[in-house]
Design a protein around this ligand. Structure first.
Ligand code: KIV
Ligand code: NA
Length: 265
């Protein structure tokens, strides 16, 4: 199968074909999602919570992200792999943003990078794309700014919708190939999607975005506890895995496992 390139994503937008995107952080998920035809995989800084067990997306470092990015890119044949730039690895300057992107490309073998922020980050996006690296933007609720935004809250309600549109346009003009919109009212997301030539990727941004993204552990029900409203659970992996572990433990305790067919003589 031919590799997915950024121009394919724009062509899908022009044809009005919505496309799915998922996070992936390791070999089996990357291989499986790629074979299932997911065109874009994101090695999100959500690895902070979902792989490393930190309490938010802030603590994860570039050194922790790079091996995950490398595992995912090594495991796909077709998908475009986007590496998230973690908190603190790009905000200082366009030069820092480019230096971190270069690490993601050279060490992680990523195909593109993603960073959070609106028009204030247009110079950062410009520096990276000028160096030949495709950039995905991320606006609306941006988890790295959780403390400044006052927690997980919908962004771009009322008058703030115009600001969001200006942010999206600034990112497009700086050369971004797509923009994630997180926790944005559906009406604002629809308008921005129509105004932009580049694809919008929604997460909690309604049905009119050009693409939809979810964190795989959320949509597969691996993460226990209450999920945000925008998450749909497509499977109960936690239940399946817990059942398997309990059965294994009970069969070991009852000397039912290993059975004769699992034994060498
Ligand atoms: O880190 C992440 O998983 C993300 C997606 C939710 C867009 O940024
Ligand atoms: Na992220």
């Amino acid at each position: 199968a031919k590799r997915v390139r950024v121009h394919h994503l724009r062509e899908m937008k022009e044809r009005g074909e919505p496309w799915p995107m998922l996070t992936a952080y390791d070999m089996y998920t990357a291989e499986l999602f790629d074979e299932a035809g997911i065109p874009v995989l994101l090695v999100g800084d959500s690895a902070s919570n979902n792989v490393y067990g930190y309490e938010s997306s802030l603590p994860v470092t570039v050194d922790e992200m790079v091996p995950l990015v490398r595992a995912v890119t090594r495991s796909v044949k077709r998908a475009l792999v986007v590496a998230d730039l973690p908190f603190g690895s790009y905000q200082l300057s366009p030069e820092q943003a480019l230096a971190t992107s270069v690490r993601m490309m050279k060490e992680g073998r990523a195909h593109a990078v993603k960073l959070e922020g609106g028009r204030a980050f247009a110079p950062h996006v410009k520096a990276i794309t000028t160096a030949g690296v495709p950039v995905m933007g991320h606006i609306g609720f941006t988890p790295q700014s959780e403390h400044n935004l006052g927690g997980y809250r919908v962004q771009g309600r009322g008058d703030a919708a115009g600001d969001l549109l200006e942010d999206a346009i600034a990112l497009q003009e700086a050369g971004a190939f797509a923009v994630v919109m997180e926790m944005v009212p559906a009406e604002a997301a629809k308008r921005i999607t129509h105004e932009l030539a580049i694809p919008t990727v929604g997460i909690g941004a309604g049905p009119d975005c050009d693409a939809q993204v979810l964190v795989w552990q959320d949509m597969m029900g691996l993460r226990s506890g209450r999920a945000p409203r925008f998450v749909k659970r497509y499977a109960d992996l936690a239940g399946i895995m817990k059942g398997a572990v309990e059965q294994f433990a009970s069969e070991v305790r009852g000397r039912e496992f290993p059975a004769p067919e699992h034994v060498f003589h």
